[in-house]
Design a protein around this ligand. Structure first.
Ligand code: FES
Length: 114
């Protein structure tokens, strides 16, 4: 079905605790970080801080931002933009929840491997 090919099922949403994150390896040694906020929304970004490629999945989630564990840049989970005085942007990956499963955009996820 062409429709399902657009989305990659990465597992049940209940496996991702609120304020938690998990990573998903993609081709080329890259990783995607998948985050869940306090109110249950799920976001996916490349697991690379736009500053010096810190692993955002190990950062602290607060509202719709994650704080990079290396030098505390704050990154919007919605836009991937660095907030405050910092500049940079990490690619975001579309996410939807369907039947309790987390689906991420296949094309964008694989583009992260480029
Ligand atoms: S690598 Fe993320 S703040 Fe420096």
């Amino acid at each position: 079905m062409p429709h399902t090919a657009l989305w990659l099922d990465v597992g049940p949403v209940e496996q991702l605790p609120a304020l938690g994150a998990r990573t998903l390896p993609v081709q080329g040694g890259q990783e995607i970080a998948i985050f869940r906020t306090a109110n249950g929304d799920v976001y996916a970004l490349q697991n690379k801080c736009p500053h010096k490629q810190g692993p955002l999945s190990q950062g602290i989630v607060h509202d719709t931002t994650v704080t990079c564990p290396l030098h505390n840049w704050r990154i919007s989970l919605i836009s991937g933009q660095a907030l405050g005085d910092d500049e940079g942007c990490v690619p975001t990956i579309p996410v939807k929840i369907d039947g309790g499963r987390i689906l991420i955009g296949r094309k964008e996820a694989l583009a992260g491997a480029a």
